[in-house]
Design a protein around this ligand. Structure first.
Ligand SMILES: Nc1ncnc2c1ncn2[C@@H]1O[C@H](COP(=O)(O)OP(=O)(O)OP(=O)(O)O)[C@@H](O)[C@H]1O
Ligand SMILES: [Mg+2]
Length: 322
């Protein structure tokens, strides 16, 4: 199959009041690809989607969507993309059906196709029973489904999903994941942001990891895993009467050491040497090693190694959000 670039981003930079939210971000997405944009709170995920979908302008750099320049051809781009923003963009006082109808008229979906399209979307998202319900009166998860349906009324070439499964129950999230895989078969490009590593691993052909407005890495889930596969990871659970500082472990024979709560992770090519050194440390500093494991590398390991943030950390940050 011939590859065709769907999204091209070069040196994208965005500052808010002089503070950089995105710094020199570059990546490309092929047509029909599911591209994951993974990063913690404040990484710049939503800012990127807003720029690519024409809600914000970059400070510098270039973005090309479906061959169109995001600054000069904004209107044409809007016709070809569907966007599911972080927070709903629909009318609370209108019913589910009226919202979808409104959006389909906005996008100039031909009148003849409109009813059928809305019907099939209501079906697909399990919204038939809520057709005449006021959007504002729906639960969070149902609202999310309607917003998703609304992003698809005009059969977009590219779909931008900003944390699509957040707020969905397990069943709806599963359905959505199935649907995202279905897009692929139709040649629809999917750009999705997430802070769920497993979601990126399951759904995405390639993943970009964004931290502090910078791309740390772009690759397939397999490539990111390979980064850590070369280096075994030793994880030890420690028990100490006083909190342990990371500096304690600096002398270990390792590429990198991270400390999360009572767990220390040692990225090392010499596991037995590391175990020995760790036990020496425990004697010298009076802490106990309660458990020791070597870890199977996963995308999560790659992420931890690349960013120094754990997925638990990302998730708890996220769920602490109002
Ligand atoms: N309109 C704005 N004005 C000023 N600062 C902003 C604005 N929008 C975003 N920022 C800042 O830009 C940075 C990136 O924000 P962004 O919303 O893109 O992050 P995110 O990766 O989507 O985070 P989250 O996971 O919380 O959704 C943050 O530091 C944020 O405070
Ligand atoms: Mg966001």
């Amino acid at each position: 199959m011939e590859m065709e670039t769907s999204i091209l981003v070069e040196g994208l930079t965005k500052t808010f009041d002089g503070k950089p939210a995105l710094s020199n971000v570059s990546f490309h997405v092929e047509r029909g690809e599911v591209f994951g944009y993974l990063g913690p709170n404040g990484a710049g995920k939503s800012t990127t989607i807003k720029i690519l979908s024409g809600l914000l302008e970059q400070t510098s750099g270039r973005a090309v969507i479906d061959g169109l320049d995001n600054k000069r051809e904004r209107v044409e781009i809007k016709k070809r993309i569907g966007v599911v923003p972080e927070t709903s963009n629909l009318y609370p006082e209108l019913s589910v059906y009226d919202n979808l109808r409104f959006v389909s008229r906005l996008y100039q979906v031909p009148r003849a196709a409109r009813e059928e399209k809305i019907g099939s979307l209501l079906d697909m998202f399990g919204l038939k029973d809520y057709r005449n319900r006021g959007f504002g009166k729906l639960s969070k998860g149902l609202k999310r489904r309607v917003v998703l349906a609304a992003a698809l009324v005009h059969d977009p070439d590219i779909v931008f999903l900003d944390e699509p499964t957040s707020g969905l129950d397990i069943m709806s999230a599963r359905n959505l994941r199935k649907m995202i895989q279905g897009f692929k078969q139709e040649g629809v490009t999917v750009f999705l942001t997430t802070h769920y590593i497993e979601e990126a691993e399951e759904l995405c052909d390639r993943v970009a990891i964004l931290v502090g407005g910078r791309i740390v890495k772009v690759g397939t889930p397999g490539e990111l895993e390979a980064l850590v596969r070369e280096t075994p990871i030793l994880e030890a659970s420690l028990k100490a009467s006083n909190p342990l500082g990371i500096q304690l472990f600096e002398g270990l024979p390792a590429d990198e050491v991270t400390l999360q709560g009572d767990k220390v992770r040692v990225y090392t090519s010499d596991v037995s040497e590391a175990i020995y050194a760790l036990s020496q440390l425990s004697k010298r500093h009076g802490f106990e090693i309660t458990e020791i494991n070597t870890l199977q590398p996963s995308l999560e390991e790659a992420f931890v190694k690349l960013t120094g943030l754990s997925s638990e950390e990302m998730r708890s940050e996220k769920e602490g959000k109002p």
